[in-house]
Ligand binder design. Structure first.
Ligand SMILES: NC(=O)C1=CN([C@@H]2O[C@H](COP(=O)(O)OP(=O)(O)OC[C@H]3O[C@@H](n4cnc5c(N)ncnc54)[C@H](OP(=O)(O)O)[C@@H]3O)[C@@H](O)[C@H]2O)C=CC1
Ligand SMILES: O=C1CO[C@H](CO)[C@@H](O)[C@@H]1O
Length: 339
């Protein structure tokens, strides 16, 4: 069987995190329901990923796949393929759990669904807080962060971090916390370079994790009018050819050379291998400069339907955009079991 050797980055608490991981947001199916059809494929592809050397898995309560992620992990530990301490499991606290005491409720739920004794990294999924029935709860993320510091001190999790925080929110959090976030997980891909936010995080020793490294690619997960992810771009094809690699490999290598973790999602075994086979070549300065020029600031994961909520982190869209059917479940369907 093929093997990949994935290097690690160091977090600001001294722990190591693999530079590349397996993303588990399956989105919705053709009926715009939560994708149950994708789950068996994910189970197979994640099993394969661990077999060939992936050690980081990125999931979230809201992806509704924590039980399956946990089943795969525990099976691989039982089979002796990997030890628990060699794995790095990230999950996220959804917006319904932003009161200080609710963070522990959410984390304990994730531990149970994942069937694990501890989680390596838990993230505040978004800075906004939203009630079960979709109302803006206006809870300050500094309050939520105290809940994160508490689950850390209780040993339920090894590291804590945030996701989708902008520069101002990072700055305010860093100035008002006891434990700084280990990472900020944000969208980064060829269309969206996020230079200012990346520079700010890196200057403050917060590791950046790049989500949707290919711009997510699926309409049911993307803001309307998303530009194509450059898979067939002639310049990209030329750089890929020069290195004997694919466009997706060049993209992931570029993120690695920018000092960030990336967590591509695929349920296709050949792509699982392809995406991690990026640690045996180097992009030169001119390649990097060419790739940086693709940045057009376009955000694919853009929940504009929450843009009037407190602490929405992104620029607002000027006009009222329609919410396509494909995004309905993202806005309305997040009716998580609080078990
Ligand atoms: N914190 C947050 O708010 C967010 C976090 N995330 C995390 O980041 C992960 C990745 O982002 P995601 O939005 O899923 O999208 P990605 O940018 O990773 O793109 C996923 C798509 O790319 C396809 N793909 C993967 N590898 C290749 C390849 N080598 N060649 C061609 N196509 C490929 C997949 O197809 P197929 O599966 O059919 O092979 C899938 O359609 C998520 O799964 C999740 O874990 C994502 C969004 C928001
Ligand atoms: O990680 C993500 C993917 O799924 C969610 C909702 O379905 C998004 O809000 C989120 O940012």
């Amino acid at each position: 069987m093929a093997r990949v050797n994935i290097p690690t980055f160091k977090l600001n608490n001294g722990r190591e995190i693999p530079a590349l991981g397996y993303g588990t947001w399956l989105g919705v199916d053709e009926k715009f329901d939560f994708s149950t059809a994708g789950i068996p494929k994910m189970i197979e592809a994640l099993s394969y990923a661990i077999d060939i050397g992936y050690r980081l898995v990125d999931t979230a309560h809201v992806y509704r796949v924590e039980p399956e992620v946990g089943q795969v992990i525990n099976k691989k530990i039982k089979e002796g393929v990997v030890k628990r301490e060699e794995l790095f499991v990230t999950t996220k606290v959804w917006q319904h759990f932003h009161r200080e005491a609710d963070v522990e409720v959410s984390v304990r739920g994730s531990l149970r669904r994942l069937n694990l004794d501890y989680i390596d990294l838990v993230l505040m999924h978004w800075p906004m807080s939203i009630s079960q029935d979709g109302v803006d709860e206006k809870i300050d993320y500094l309050e939520t962060w105290r809940g994160f510091e508490s689950v850390l001190s209780k040993g339920l999790v090894k590291s804590i971090g945030v996701s989708n925080f902008n520069v101002q929110q990072m700055d305010r959090l860093l100035k008002n916390c006891k434990v700084p976030p280990a990472t900020n997980q944000i969208e980064i891909n060829l269309n969206l370079g996020q230079k200012e936010l990346v520079d700010f995080c890196q200057a403050n020793k917060v590791l950046v994790t790049a989500y949707s490294p290919f711009g997510t690619m699926v309409p049911s997960r993307s803001a309307p009018n998303s530009p194509e992810p450059k898979l067939n771009n002639p310049t990209m094809l030329e750089i890929a050819k020069k290195h004997g690699k694919t466009v997706t490999q060049v993209t992931l290598r570029y993120l690695y050379q920018r000092g960030m973790v990336s967590i591509p999602k695929t349920v296709t075994n050949s792509r699982v291998l392809e995406n991690a086979s990026i640690f045996d070549f180097t992009l030169d300065e001119s390649d990097v400069a060419t790739l940086a020029k693709f940045d057009n600031g376009f955000r694919t994961v853009r929940p504009y339907f929450w843009q009037d909520y407190d602490n929405y982190p992104f620029d607002k869209v000027p006009e009222k955009l329609e919410i396509p059917e494909a995004l309905r479940i993202w806005k309305n369907g997040i009716n998580l079991d609080i078990d």
